[in-house]
Design a binder for this molecule. Structure first.
Ligand code: FES
Ligand SMILES: [Fe+2]
Length: 389
């Protein structure tokens, strides 16, 4: 029994009486909706940052900006991974830049120093009278958690852990790729160009990810490799899983497959709101992507790809290059064109919303996974968005 089957108890069945109308078009074009998403939804949800190998040793730090907010991760002397807002409690200067190793954090402005655990250690002139408020001058923490080595942060200190938020996701990923903990960042691989820009709302891109209704028509080469009618989307709490078998044809118009060494079943996950993971057919691989809104109609997709530490066979690097070229030059371009076409439609006054196609017997067609995304989004929007926006 596969791991996915073993945790089937938490699977959410498609609702035959579920709503038919898709998320209203205004959610895809409105600046105030995007501003609220960034301030409320993204800030208070789990966001992928880096792979644990990038902050492996005590003192290693990694500074980054997410949706306009500055943070850094640091590995403490005890080996724990901590995350902080990258802003000095004294007067707000940024504390660290880039990536490297430190034994303590020293602010470049007035030289307040902090331990790697975030405690104020030295602050010239801070006298005994203000000792009472010393703890309030520590670094401001964020939550840090991991899924098989992928590091996430959440600025909501009361957030559920990733295991609580998306129960079974990590087990499914390990079930699909048992040696994933030994994988390393793949410098040569270039799926989606690492950072890939698309002139479409981030939700348009995820809607496209969450159905394969378009695949047979819009991706003719992919369709020759994949058994689209046999693909299956399964829904879980705050995430979905797509199982997408290939036709097991070594030669096809997409890229060559080695039937002995390669991934022959594509497996893809989406986690609310803006994270995807996947294992593309072809040379052994595993990737994570984060979709970042830049404008209501512009999104950046940031991807990190992992690969086995030792190539599976002598031909792996050539096949990997062929897959990477095809992914970048063919399927990514096809999806970008589709998403940009949809974004154009979202601002048409005649288009108020779309319609889901849900067929529980044909997952090559059904859009129930996309509706799962929209249901979660609507639950958030009902609490957080001004109904007039
Ligand atoms: S702003 Fe950091 S020490 Fe003053
Ligand atoms: Fe597609």
């Amino acid at each position: 029994m596969s791991v996915v089957n073993a945790i089937r108890g938490s699977e959410i069945a498609p609702d035959p009486a579920g709503r038919e109308d898709t998320l209203a078009a205004r959610y895809y074009v409105d600046q105030s909706v995007m501003d609220t998403e960034i301030r409320d939804l993204f800030y208070n949800s789990w966001q992928f940052v880096c792979h644990e190998s990038e902050v492996a040793n005590p003192g290693d730090y990694f500074a980054f900006t997410l949706h306009g907010q500055d943070f850094f991760l640091v590995r403490t002397s005890e080996g724990d991974l901590k995350g902080f807002h990258n802003v000095c409690p004294h007067r707000g200067h940024r504390l660290v830049e880039g990536q490297g190793s430190k034994s303590r954090v020293t602010c470049p402005y007035h030289a307040w120093t902090f331990t790697l655990e975030g405690k104020l250690r030295g602050a010239r002139g801070v006298n005994r009278a203000s000792e009472a408020s010393r703890d309030r001058k520590n670094l401001l923490p964020v939550r840090v958690d991991q899924i098989v080595g992928f590091v996430f942060i959440n600025a909501d200190l009361d957030a559920e852990s990733l295991a609580e938020f998306a129960p079974g996701l990590e087990q499914q990923m390990l079930g699909a790729c048992p040696d994933l903990p030994d994988y390393v960042i793949s410098a040569g691989s270039d799926e989606f160009g690492h950072t890939y820009l698309c002139n479409a709302n981030w939700k348009v891109m995820l809607d496209n990810f969450l159905e394969c209704y378009h695949c047979q028509m819009a991706h003719p080469e992919f369709n020759e490799m994949m058994a689209i009618p046999d693909s299956k989307f399964t829904m879980f709490r705050n995430f979905t899983y797509q199982n997408a078998p290939t036709k097991r044809k070594a030669e096809n118009r997409a890229f060559p497959l080695d039937l002995e060494h390669d991934v022959l079943v594509g497996e893809f996950w989406w986690m609310f709101p803006n994270i995807t993971f996947g294992r593309f057919p072809g040379v052994q691989n595993f990737y994570v992507s984060r979709f970042d809104p830049l404008e209501p109609g512009k999104t950046s997709r940031y991807t990190v790809t992992l690969a086995p530490r030792v190539p599976t066979d002598p031909g792996a690097s050539v096949r990997d290059r062929l897959r990477s070229e095809w992914t970048n030059n063919v399927v990514a371009v096809e999806d970008k064109d589709l998403c940009e076409g949809v974004q154009q439609g979202m601002s048409q006054r005649a288009f108020r919303h779309g319609w889901y196609v849900t067929d529980p017997d044909d997952h090559g067609v059904s859009e129930h996974a996309m509706r799962h995304f929209h249901d979660l989004y609507r639950a958030w929007a009902d609490k957080s968005l001004d109904p007039r926006s």
